[in-house]
Design a protein around this ligand. Structure first.
Ligand code: FEO
Length: 406
């Protein structure tokens, strides 16, 4: 969208489109391209710019600004998020608009200095409750961290009832008709964006929704994709639904045991560990053969689980691919409060359980029990150790405190 579009009286879209992009942030597919949304608010006492755009699109962004005001009129810049797709044009904007004050969240301070390479700029950190009054406009700040970087925040233009949400509620979906009621069907992009960007931060999404629910919102002005004005509550409700924990386990804690097996020895271990976990009241254990599980299923299971155990044999001194795939998809999950562990049967060197253990520790799982390893076929005594391992793991998931060896 390379036109200047009016969002509401004195509020303009000055964002840009990136229609040809097909991969965003390395991991995301963008079949319909994307947009870098930015906004300009005119008041009797000067102009407010809300966010900038990716650096390579800066000139168009500046052309749009220049069509609406002079740089001397710009008094404030609000940066809801400092990722380069939104802060790319900020250093040049600060050079051109010399008398601006920048508003950011408290956690943005150091990053703002790194981006602008200036120690002398005028900026203020703001949190929920702070209101910027400029002419007849009142912009209320909302602390909404971790959506999806620590420094993210939102703001709400009170009289116009516009929520400037930041990345949340965005879509990587370019359509120059810009508004959700005018563009094509972008539902797939809205969900895909949630799954790949916001899903690891469900608790923070729910915290933000608490703030948003106190507002009367007519328009959600996102940082990517369509501006939502036809039914904002529908999209807010979807985020609520996707971020709210399933109650299917009836209050019990779920432990999921994933395994890969060559000669059924690791599977035997998994079965005994399962029996040990199941003996603990308040826990539901489930076993999954990783060789027949796709990523969406893995993610759903992992998300519902408080405890996650992964078992694998060692092949050529390494962890087999299905286990690596499980570990790599965990970047799309909230790991807070999860307990992890590993096990496996091995023939020679047996590194796989340690590899799982270290990866889980790196992902900030709690990993309170050392990996359990068995050489080739488990004996009856080793199967009893597997059972005991399951019992202890189940107890820890239920809150038993253990000393963690580092
Ligand atoms: Fe759209 Fe997190 O940057």
């Amino acid at each position: 969208m390379n036109e200047i579009t009016t969002i509401a009286k004195d509020i303009y879209y000055v964002g840009v489109s990136d229609s040809d992009i097909r991969t965003f942030d390395i991991i995301m597919k963008t079949a319909n391209g994307t947009t870098y949304n930015a906004y300009l608010i005119k008041t009797d006492e000067g102009v407010i710019i809300l966010d900038t755009v990716k650096e390579e699109f800066a000139e168009l962004f500046f052309e749009k600004i220049e069509a609406l005001c002079s740089y001397d009129e710009i008094r404030y810049i609000v940066m809801h998020h400092l990722e380069p797709d939104h802060s790319g044009a900020l250093p040049e904007l600060v050079r051109r608009a010399k008398n601006v004050k920048i508003f950011v969240s408290p956690l943005a301070t150091n990053m703002l200095k790194s981006i602008t390479h200036s120690d002398t700029m005028d900026f203020e950190v703001v949190s929920t409750g702070k209101v910027l009054e400029c002419g007849e406009k009142r912009l209320r700040f909302l602390s909404t961290p971790n959506l999806h970087w620590p420094e993210t925040m939102s703001s709400y233009l009170e009289d116009e009832k516009i929520l400037f949400s930041g990345d949340i509620f965005g879509s990587h979906y370019y359509d120059d008709r810009l508004f959700d009621d005018l563009v094509g069907d972008f539902d797939y992009a809205f969900k895909y964006y949630y799954d790949h960007i916001m899903r690891p931060f469900k608790s923070d999404v729910l915290n933000a929704l608490k703030l948003y629910k106190e507002l009367d919102i007519d328009i959600v002005a996102t940082l990517h994709g369509p501006i939502i004005r036809s039914n904002p509550q529908k999209y807010i409700a979807l985020y609520d639904q996707w971020s709210t924990k399933s109650q299917r386990s009836g209050g019990k804690k779920i432990v999921s045991i994933f395994y890969v097996t060559s000669y059924k020895n690791t599977k035997l271990m998994a079965q005994k560990i399962y029996e040990g976990i199941e003996s603990i009241e308040g826990v539901i254990a489930n076993i999954y053969d990783l060789s027949a599980l796709d990523e969406p299923s893995m993610l759903n299971i992992l998300e519902e689980s408080t405890g996650i155990l992964i078992g694998a044999p060692t092949i050529n001194g390494d962890l087999p691919r299905p286990a690596w795939e499980l570990l790599s998809c965990m970047m799309l999950l909230e790991k807070r409060g999860k307990v992890g562990g590993s096990f496996g049967s091995y023939g020679w060197s047996g590194e796989a359980p340690e590899m799982i253990f270290e990866r889980m520790r790196g992902l900030n799982f709690r990993v309170p029990i050392e990996p359990l390893k068995v050489k080739l076929i488990p004996t009856q005594e080793e199967l009893r150790l597997c059972y005991d391992f399951g019992v202890e793991f189940g107890e820890i998931v239920m809150g038993k405190m253990v000393e963690i060896t580092l």
